[in-house]
Design a protein around this ligand. Structure first.
Ligand code: ADP
Ligand code: NI
Length: 215
């Protein structure tokens, strides 16, 4: 099994599949997640081939882009078979991909180091400067406002209020982005998340100050 060749071909395959993908899972998201995955894998001594392959393929199986999660995983399996990836590696890559998605924070507890690494890398791409940018791009694409000062943080809303909520971009920070730091698996992931988290907290502080004309 020529691992380098398989990685290169997988990269080209994913790039072709996800180029210009509009739901926040475009090729450049995959590229960033793969780069961060490699960095964490090196530091945490995870298997580089398994981590890189899972990072490259992690959104190909996303249920938003397929009829179902099963159909998505089947697509990944077919690709891995076509690349003659050995059976054991294939099962691990599929296991990583199927276990890492966020699922509102209620996903399974990960036991495999390589799954922890790729999940950390995927979550890191939702925070920091890139995370802020992705959040506003996503909201804009949905036609939502960036901020509504009449919104209470969602945790404090009643069900009624939650339903009628405008879903302004800033709410997403409280729903998800500011929580991700605590959900990191690896030491390296935690360190990277800390810096990105502080950057977001600083951004929010500046945002509110500017909103109120105080800065
Ligand atoms: P994942 O890559 O974990 O599957 P999602 O599909 O939930 O992520 O989101 C893709 C990107 O869009 C992320 O950067 C995420 O923070 C952002 N996003 C998701 N939901 C919202 C929302 N309601 N408001 C603003 N941004 C969002
Ligand atoms: Ni992703």
């Amino acid at each position: 099994m020529d691992k380098e060749l398989i990685i290169n071909k997988t990269e080209a395959y994913v790039r072709n599949e996800l180029e210009g993908e509009p739901s926040g899972h475009d090729w450049w998201h995959i590229h960033r997640v793969t780069e961060v995955t490699k960095r964490i894998a090196n530091k945490e001594k995870g298997d580089l081939f398994l981590c890189t392959m899972a990072a490259l393929l992690h959104d190909i199986a996303d249920e938003k882009l397929n009829e179902s999660e099963e159909a998505g995983l089947e697509k990944v399996r077919e690709w891995l078979i076509s690349q003659e990836v050995d059976e054991a590696s294939m099962e691990i890559i599929l296991e990583i991909i199927s276990t890492i998605s966020f699922k509102g924070g209620h996903g399974p507890t990960l036991t495999r180091l390589e799954a922890k690494i790729v999940q950390d890398a995927d979550r890191l791409d939702a925070i920091g400067a890139i995370g802020i940018a992705r959040c506003f791009v996503y909201s804009g694409a949905k036609g939502r406002p960036m901020y509504d000062p009449n919104d209470a943080p969602r945790e404090q809303m009643t069900k009624e209020e939650y339903r009628s909520n405008t879903g302004a971009a800033i709410n997403h920070f409280y729903e998800k982005l500011l929580k991700l730091k605590e959900l990191m698996n690896t030491k390296t992931g935690k360190e990277m998340a800390q810096a990105r988290h502080e950057y977001m907290a600083g951004f929010l502080e500046q945002f509110y100050a500017e909103w109120d004309g105080k800065k």
